[in-house]
Design a protein around this ligand. Structure first.
Ligand SMILES: [Zn+2]
Length: 587
């Protein structure tokens, strides 16, 4: 290598100084380099030792603005710990189009878009059987001990009710998760767990290599499937024997504070809230007797669901000895209550205000427990949400927006579609089903008539576009062929498209319009669109090596697993589409 000396003449590097001077400089250089190296290695070891525990918290349905709305009334150690000591991303948005629970959780787990992970919706139609299936059901497995499955008579969650089999697994998720990569990175030594009231909230993040537990609304216990265990660890059996859920029998969900201190104190009784039998629209909300039909379900529609999750997670940390040695362990805790309260009472109301004030206490309790058992300085915490939520359409109508509720069962019988059926010579149902966010057409009939599926898809999409409240209807053939209109959310729709699982026509309602598969369930509010209220979520990091900072640049939930992987020098999950967040990975 030739470089210019100070006289401008080319000379081989290091040849300008000779003799004793050279020796002195060399000795000094070696000494200085040695010190630098020692200090560097020492610092790198001190700073780079991996965290003993990565705690990934998901608050189901926690829209990005909700944690900040009640900031002045939080206690110590919960949200205040995250806001005061953490890195808070205030402008985080999802980039896919179907903002549903399993989809969001799968993105938080894999960093992959649904197009790669295959997790396009909570439920999708199996083309071979023509039946609707649930994303985490798996008939190759069953519940451990064959108890704790879904009770079809009392299950009001339509996604759970769509399951045809009792067994559960993450097998439908086609990409690896961060937890899978941690397992590889640590040669199988990391302990990996996922816990949630919802099975899909636990299974996705535990990944293929970890173990998942969720709450059974049939038995009031935390349960798992034979994909994970042949029989329960002793501590799980003992935890279930406590019958903690039963201790809420005869009790009610009551306000935590004096009613006058709530900003929604005058918004308790609104006609568009869901009034479940016995539970009602106003405080207090009674859970009923232990043997009443909806007892365990009602617990999950209140902050109690999170309390139970917390208690089980604490027991897990202690009994599985998480964070006890130098190998990084992983625990995902997905709190489901915020989502259920959104659906039943809406995000702008007294119930959700109280739920978030209680969630703050739940987080404080969890962080305190982790600090005592693992140390927050040895733990990396990340908190986010799987999707946001709109206010109820009636709530926005009260504010002057011309919004309403759509009825998807009308898709097949509206005059425009009826005329199409006549044109194509199809007498029976052309629209086989609407399973959010896709319309599935009757392929058998279309083939029988010798029609071109793409042509029929396009014709139906054109008719659906004429409906009031429909913003877009796009045929899958056009998505496959890249023949997409100019529209602000078109990339989100493409990222959600999986050729084997997505339906024939993607349907999107106008902002704040209500559109959901199950019309028999009169929910107050429903997420599932790429509009900003559904894509907006918090991302907060706290714990080991994190310095308080507020970041307003646009970031995405796909960045989370890339950040976690970079933080511990592991490779990112197989379909990860994000970038490491430098505020977290550089210190
Ligand atoms: Zn959700």
């Amino acid at each position: 290598m030739i470089r210019k000396d100070r006289h401008g003449e080319g000379a081989p590097a290091g040849h300008e100084i000779k003799g004793d001077a050279m020796k002195r400089i060399n000795f000094t250089s070696v000494l200085v380099m040695g010190i630098i190296l020692f200090v560097n290695v020492h610092c790198v070891i001190a700073k780079d030792s991996p965290p003993r525990l990565i705690l990934q918290i998901t608050v189901d349905g926690l829209r990005g603005d909700l944690p900040g709305r009640y900031l002045d009334r939080y206690g110590k150690g919960g949200f205040r710990y995250l806001f005061d000591k953490g890195i808070v991303y205030t402008n985080a948005h999802y980039q896919h189009s179907n903002l549903e629970t399993v989809v969001g959780h799968a993105i938080l787990a894999t960093g992959a878009f649904p197009a790669a992970s295959g997790m396009v919706a909570n439920v999708w139609m199996n083309r071979e059987t023509g039946e609707l299936g649930y994303a985490v059901e798996d008939s190759s497995y069953e519940m451990v001990g064959a108890v704790g499955g879904v009770d079809k008579d009392t299950e009001i969650d339509p996604t759970q009710a769509a399951a045809k089999s009792e067994g559960r697994s993450p097998r439908a998720m086609l990409c690896s998760t961060f937890s899978d990569e941690l397992d590889v990175h640590t040669a199988g030594r990391a302990k990996i767990f996922g816990v949630s009231v919802k099975d899909r909230g636990a299974i996705t993040l535990a990944g293929h290599a970890g173990k998942a537990f969720w709450f059974s609304k049939k038995t009031g216990e935390f349960v798992s499937s034979t994909f994970y265990y042949d029989q329960y660890p002793k501590w799980v059996t003992e935890w279930n024997k406590k019958r903690l859920a039963d201790s809420y029998a005869g009790k009610s969900w009551e306000l935590l504070h004096d009613p006058s201190s709530y900003i929604y104190k005058d918004s308790d009784d609104r006609p568009y809230e869901t009034a479940l039998p016995g539970y009602g629209r106003v405080f207090p909300h009674p859970f009923g007797k232990k043997d009443s039909k909806l007892f365990y379900t009602l617990l999950t529609l209140s902050p109690v669901g999170d309390d139970l999750t917390l208690d089980f997670a604490k027991s897990l940390i202690k009994n599985e000895k998480l964070g006890e040695d130098a190998v990084t362990d992983y625990l995902s805790v997905s709190f489901s209550s915020t989502d259920y309260v959104n659906h039943v009472f809406g995000p702008a109301g007294l119930e959700q205000e109280d739920n978030i004030l209680r969630l703050d206490r739940t987080l404080a309790d969890l962080f305190k427990f982790v600090d005592e058992n693992v140390g927050l300085k040895n733990t990396l915490i990340v908190l986010s949400a799987d999707h946001g939520i709109p206010e109820a359409p009636e709530y926005m109508a009260e504010r002057g927006m011309a919004v309403d509720r759509l009825v998807p069962s009308k898709f097949d019988v509206e005059p425009g579609i009826a005329a199409l059926k006549k044109r194509f010579g199809i007498g029976k149902e052309l629209v086989k089903m609407y399973a959010h966010p896709y319309i599935y057409l009757n392929h058998q009939l279309i083939r029988k008539q010798g029609l071109d599926i793409g042509e029929v898809e396009r014709a139906v999409a054109e008719e659906i576009m004429k409906f009031d409240g429909i913003a877009l209807a796009i045929s899958s053939m056009d998505i496959k062929n890249g023949q997409l209109p100019e529209a602000p959310v078109i990339e989100n729709i493409r990222r959600n498209f999986h050729p084997k699982r997505s339906g024939d026509i993607y349907v999107l309602q106008e902002p704040y319009w209500f559109l959901y598969t199950d019309e028999s369930l009169p929910l107050c509010s429903m997420h599932g669109t790429p509009w900003r209220y559904d894509t907006y979520v918090p991302i907060m990091f706290a714990g080991k090596n994190i310095r308080a900072r507020r970041v307003s640049r646009l970031v995405h939930p796909v960045d989370i697993v890339s950040t976690l992987a970079a933080y511990i020098d592991a490779k990112p999950p197989s379909g990860a589409a994000g970038h490491p967040l430098h505020e977290v990975t550089k210190w």
